[in-house]
Design a protein around this ligand. Structure first.
Ligand code: CS2
Length: 491
């Protein structure tokens, strides 16, 4: 048996020939981007576009310095450091082909809990032109009921009182922008990479609300000088598994403690508004467009909502992954009906995109049998996702007199899921949600008050006042509670 090789800069040239490696001089790469939230998605998406770009001439100012804002990021910080910030991207095709590529665009990583000032200084460095974010839908700290910044968040209160040692992304962004402003350095662009419609506008609104409370003069400067391009981001990236790590070791003799797996498809559509320059990501597949809204809406309302439809219904059914769920004809048909009859009628047309082809490709992507995307990942933080992914479509259809029945079954399934915490076979479900307790408390009153789940107005807004919706919802609740074999109700 061949000797295993640990992933680091020195060992790159010794890796198996089947692995692509960065061929640019990493020592000459300088950080031009700070990225907050280095998880699987950043490493399969922005960092990969940037790695491809770094192979081109004159791109070496666009390396990435990762930042972790949580104590929980310590483990990955240690691994990345040990590996000279290198990691493997394992691209799994539906036909079983696997491509492995070492990505070199991340060249540094700072853990804020160890040294908040180091993060502020790095972000305020004149070489940094962009701060990009993957902080999840929940990270934007808005109240779903009215879309306003949530000043009741304990970390936000802490940051307002302690501007020099922040905890939240808002505290860091304002501290760094203040430092740049005071030193006369052009501010960075803030580039959101999360699945939120108008993610740039949302970031701007939340950051300005926070800054306004902390320092109105800084808020005025941010409004005037900082750009927040909206963007649509896409690449299905399951949680890294032990099997991914052992695949590299057994098949390629490579020891990488934190690889990332993803599908071949990738898309990034960005508004071209950057206040301090940008990489030529268009040379490596990104699209720059004047208005990203139709792309974002299409992706969130079809792909992300489609995931949630399969995720919640499949979880109650007792299924494990997206591919196994969509390979059941009943689920695939249900998903397609939801997409065609409910999501599509309230979408805008997207220039150059045939929606039918887009939906076909989604079903194909979901069916990739080598991407074992767990339903638990999809259902993670549903309270932050569903208002944007699915409930927005229900609101639009109620306003237009459109169909709501497919989406409503999913909401009723979510109530059952939050109430019982088990699938139809009584097996426990792994539920992770910042609002888990509130969801459970509301859902568990369903037997006395059928609509109790809908009283969570921070999630459902005024849906409870809509009779067409509540009638349909009550019907679905009766059916699911009588028989949680959801496939029966999907026929
Ligand atoms: C998923 C997304 O989190 C979710 O619910 O729908 O992570 C999805 O896989 C990505 O947005 C794909 O681009």
């Amino acid at each position: 048996m061949k000797e295993s090789i640990s992933l680091n800069q020195e060992n790159l040239s010794r890796l198996s020939k089947g692995i692509s490696i960065p061929t640019y001089n990493r020592d000459a790469v300088k950080a031009g981007i700070v990225h907050i939230g280095v998880g699987g998605f950043h490493r399969s998406h922005e960092a990969v576009y940037t790695d491809t770009l770094l192979h081109e001439p004159d791109a070496s100012n666009w390396g990435i310095c990762g930042v972790g804002l949580r104590e929980g990021d310590r483990h990955i910080a240690d691994i990345l450091k040990k590996q000279d910030y290198l990691y493997s991207l394992i691209v799994k095709h539906p036909d079983g082909k696997v491509e492995t590529k070492v990505i070199g665009s991340i060249i540094d990583f700072i853990l804020s809990v160890d040294n908040p000032q180091a993060v502020i200084d790095k972000m305020a460095d004149k070489d940094i032109k962009i701060v990009s974010l993957t902080i999840t839908e929940g990270g934007y700290n808005f109240k779903p009921s009215n879309g306003e910044f949530d000043f009741d968040n304990a970390d936000v209160k802490y940051d307002l009182a302690n501007p020099k040692s922040p905890k939240t992304v808002f505290g860091y962004l304002t501290a760094a922008l203040r430092k740049r402003k005071d030193s006369g350095i052009t501010p960075f662009t803030i580039q959101s990479c999360d699945n939120i419609q108008h993610n740039g506008d949302m970031t701007s609104k939340m950051l300005c609300a926070f800054a306004e409370r902390q320092d109105p003069e800084l808020a005025a400067y941010i409004k005037k000088e900082v750009c927040f391009p909206n963007a649509m981001v896409d690449r299905i990236t399951p949680v890294t598994s032990k099997e991914d790590i052992s695949y590299l070791k057994t098949e390629l003799n490579l020891v990488d403690e934190w690889p990332v797996t993803c599908e071949p498809f990738t898309q990034w559509v960005i508004e071209d508004i950057f206040c301090n320059g940008r990489p030529s990501w268009e040379n490596v597949g990104a699209q720059f467009v004047p208005n990203v809204t139709p792309y974002e809406k299409m992706k969130i309302r079809l792909l992300n909502a489609g995931h949630s439809v399969l995720g919640l219904l499949g979880s109650i059914q007792g299924l494990e992954t997206i591919d196994s769920t969509v390979s059941e004809p009943l689920f695939a048909t249900y998903l397609r009906k939801f997409m065609d009859e409910e999501a599509t009628p309230v979408l805008d047309t997207v220039e150059g995109v045939n929606l039918n082809d887009y939906k076909n490709s989604l079903i194909e992507r979901f069916g990739n049998p080598n991407i074992k995307d767990n339903l638990a990942r999809i259902c993670l933080e549903s309270s932050a996702k569903l208002p944007k992914f699915l409930i927005a479509t229900i609101h639009d259809n109620l306003a237009n007199g459109g169909s709501i029945k497919y989406a409503t079954l999913v909401i009723a399934a979510w109530c059952y899921y939050s109430d019982k915490g088990v699938n139809q076979h009584n097996e426990p479900l792994d539920i992770v949600d910042a609002m888990k307790d509130e969801l459970h408390a509301a859902a568990s009153k369903t037997s006395e008050d059928k609509l109790s789940f809908l009283r969570l107005d921070s999630i459902f807004g005024n849906l409870i006042e809509n009779q067409k919706f509540t009638e349909q919802y009550a019907k679905m609740i009766d059916i699911i509670y009588a028989n949680p074999n959801v496939s029966e109700q999907m026929k």
